[in-house]
Design a protein around this ligand. Sequence first.
Ligand SMILES: O=C(O)[C@H]1O[C@H](OP(=O)(O)OP(=O)(O)OC[C@H]2O[C@@H](n3ccc(=O)[nH]c3=O)[C@H](O)[C@@H]2O)[C@H](O)[C@@H](O)[C@H]1O
Length: 453
Amino acid sequence: MPTDTSKPMKLERYNSYIRKVHSTKLLNASSKFLFRVTLLIALVLILFFTINYPPLSDNTHSAPHHHHRHSFLSTSLFSGSSLVGGAAWEKQVRHSSTPRRVNGFSVLVTGAAGFIGSHCSLALKKRGDGVLGLDNFNDYYDPSLKRARQNLLSKHQIFIVEGDLNDGPLLTKLFDVVPFTHVLHLAAQAGVRYAMQNPQSYVKSNIAGFVNLLEVAKAVNPQPAIVWASSSSVYGLNTENPFSERDRTDRPASLYAATKKAGEEIAHTYNHIYGLSLTGLRFFTVYGPWGRPDMAYFFFTKDILQGKPIDIYRTQDQKAVARDFTYIDDVVKGCLGALDTAEKSTGSGGKKKGPAQLRVYNLGNTSPVPVGRLVSILEGLLNTKAKKHVITLPRNGDVPYTHANVTLAYKDFGYKPTTDLASGLRKFVKWYVNYFGIESKHSKETQHFDESS
Ligand SMILES: O=C(O)[C@H]1O[C@H](OP(=O)(O)OP(=O)(O)OC[C@H]2O[C@@H](n3ccc(=O)[nH]c3=O)[C@H](O)[C@@H]2O)[C@H](O)[C@@H](O)[C@H]1O
């Protein structure tokens, strides 16, 4: 009888089958495991990129750390149509910054598409200084007005780089290309009442942005001298009259004022540690052609012309609210005076070499005018009665009055305001009706408008 060999063979086949099944199971299990791990990694990566690289349409009021990334992506690589850092861009930057007079300055003007920034840029350029603008063109008020100012500046060979103060690499790049002698730092989140709606934007521009600029300025060689915009609002609840630079400024009435006051303290620190030459200018309610639409004189004009009611504030004890309204041309002279008398910074490569200049000046008009009087002047100029709502000052950060003592600015650089409110508003209204193409008997009188007035 032949021996049955099929049994061990079957067993062997069975064993090998079992091994196969096991190894396939193992393979299946490990590939499932691998697949899950890959999926998890992919999800983590997607989450990471979504958080760190928000879409470029991220709005301007987003959280500061988001905005920093956004501004780096959007401004460090591209600015309008020209590639930042490219040869054509560098040529524009250099051309705009090169002075055309002997011993002329090279000035970086931040906020150059803004009201005071555009006027100062033009004035500097006209006397032969080199000017490079920086502006983020945010939408705090209608950016089309900022674009119109930019057009005006570009006709005078002034180039504005589109970028944010918080964009460190961009600022460093600008100083790499141009050894600026001066910075006129006017970029800020302005407006007293808006600080209650969007407090973070004040911290982002007026504190973080300022510190970022100072960080770059202290590290470059040569360090520039810096003249920057503080505000009359730092006097807050001060009751001395008129306001002098020696008065208390530790009782701000709005977050806007608090951020400007913080700027003055930060300036002290950078002057003390790094030898940066710093001059703060306390502007008093500056108005005029190409002004800011968020300011009362501007939107009163608009509302009066449109037949809309306007609110005129009175103090809690029913007294008139008054401001030391200051005409733009006077303020421009003050800014240029401050630049002309600014001493060089003393540090280099981030190290202080000796004491440096640290100054603060009032730039006001020295004659406060009640808001009711401002409205009567506008009514006369527009030949239209305003629909006036006199209301008690809401608790919105406003102070009852401002009044500048400008003795110090006069002594140090001959600052002397010469334009009263009626003459200044006349020039503003002339610009307004032309700019907005308002057809009235006023526009006929002003057909020969000089756009740079
Ligand atoms: O000197 C400054 O440092 C600041 O000046 C400016 O602030 P302000 O002096 O508050 O100007 P602005 O808003 O034009 O109100 C003018 C007057 O109209 C009153 N006012 C205002 C609004 C209204 O509806 N009714 C009204 O009576 C109001 O009570 C006030 O009395 C800049 O905006 C600010 O950025 C900052 O630079």
